[in-house]
Write a protein that binds this ligand. Structure first.
Ligand code: F6P
Length: 347
């Protein structure tokens, strides 16, 4: 068989570990592998490299993706599906391993329905894909964010300030919840639970009233403000209104808005830090290297046995096959029981 591998959507640490594992295992299984450039764009444009042992040498610890990535949506391109099929046939590619999040694997799900052989691997720092306990990349992002929170703690304490830390998480507050818990945040705000400025400032005021002179507030970029009791403000804080081909606007800036409100309402000097793409860059943690490697080897085995339309998923400590449809049907939002644990430490 000839297998095409691609990485799509926002990059994340561990992508190279998956590519390496897919290529190593598939070559050992007697197949050929090509690496499409820049996600679905490469399949549409038929741009690829033959993958050999030397193309994947020395990449396990490297961040990003050696294949490049894009947010290209095959279904938003005129005749996109036909182009995918034609290009695959022309190059003799029998099947694809798509490494991506909700958007990339959403395309993989539709292509499966349209008769293309695809296997998926769950990637995203946001950890919001269903049917798997964890996506790779999330652990690294959480470690980066919790280290940043540790650092912000010491400067907040020295200057008697409130520091708002904005982390990634478009629809789900997994990074905020885990990093906030690990970093001992005094308040965590996530998209799943719209908040009011009053509620945030009440918590900070109460904390300062018991003698604390600094606070750390962790907020997901997708957190929403509840303006009227029971109603959430539909206006997310955006850094750009331009939409990508999956209809997503660019988020970012809630941290600044929140910091201004906190300072205005409490009189406490407040600063905001937006961690942004730092959370997605750099070397993967050992956990993500191991998880990515296990996913990659498993995906190669799914391909070898002709088990298409599936995604490799982590359930407990086992890697299992789940239907791509199950993984992309709905987003996995934060477990409220976990969020309640973090609430114990608010204030
Ligand atoms: O999907 C992962 C993610 O990191 C989100 O948390 C974030 O909103 C988005 O990607 C930003 O992506 P980019 O700036 O690359 O378009």
């Amino acid at each position: 068989m000839k297998i095409g591998v691609l990485t799509g959507g926002g990059d994340c640490p561990g992508l190279n570990a998956v590519i390496r594992a897919v290529v190593r295992k598939s070559l050992a299984n007697g197949h050929k592998v090509v690496g499409y450039k820049n996600g679905w764009k490469g399949v549409l444009e038929n741009t690829f490299d033959d993958m050999t042992l030397s193309s994947i040498s020395g990449i396990l610890h490297r961040g990003g993706t050696i294949l490049g990535s894009s947010r290209t949506n095959v279904y938003k391109v005129e005749g996109g599906v036909e182009r995918v099929k034609k290009n695959m046939a022309m190059t003799g590619v029998d099947c694809l391993v798509a490494i991506g999040g909700e958007d990339t694997l959403g395309v993989a799900t539709k292509l499966t329905e349209d008769g293309v052989n695809v296997v998926g691997v769950p990637k995203t720092i946001d950890n919001d894909l269903s049917a798997t306990d964890f996506t790779f990349g999330f652990d690294t992002a959480v470690n980066v964010a919790s280290e940043a929170i540790d650092r912000l703690h010491t400067t907040a304490e020295s200057h008697n300030r409130v520091i708002v830390v904005e982390v990634m998480g478009r629809h789900a507050g997994w990074i905020a919840t885990y990093a906030g818990l690990a970093g001992g945040a005094d308040m965590i705000l996530i998209p799943e639970k719209p908040f009011s400025f009053e509620e945030v400032t009440d918590v900070i005021k109460a904390r300062h009233a018991r003698g604390k002179s600094f606070s750390i507030v962790v907020v997901s970029e997708g957190a929403k403000v509840q303006t009227v009791e029971g109603e959430e403000d539909s206006s997310l804080v955006l850094s750009s209104t331009e939409k990508d081909s999956f209809g997503h606007v660019r988020l970012g800036g809630i941290g600044n808005v929140l910091a201004e409100e906190i300072e205005r309402r409490t009189g406490f000097e407040t600063r905001a830090t937006i961690l942004g793409h730092i959370q997605r860059g750099g070397s993967p943690t050992a956990f993500d290297r191991v998880l990515g490697t296990r996913y990659g080897v498993f995906a190669a085995e799914l391909v070898h046995s002709g088990n298409f339309g599936k995604m490799a998923a982590l359930r407990g400590n086992e890697i299992v096959a789940v239907d791509l449809k199950e993984a992309t049907g709905e987003l996995k939002t934060v477990d409220m029981k976990l969020y309640e644990v973090s609430e114990t430490f608010f204030g």
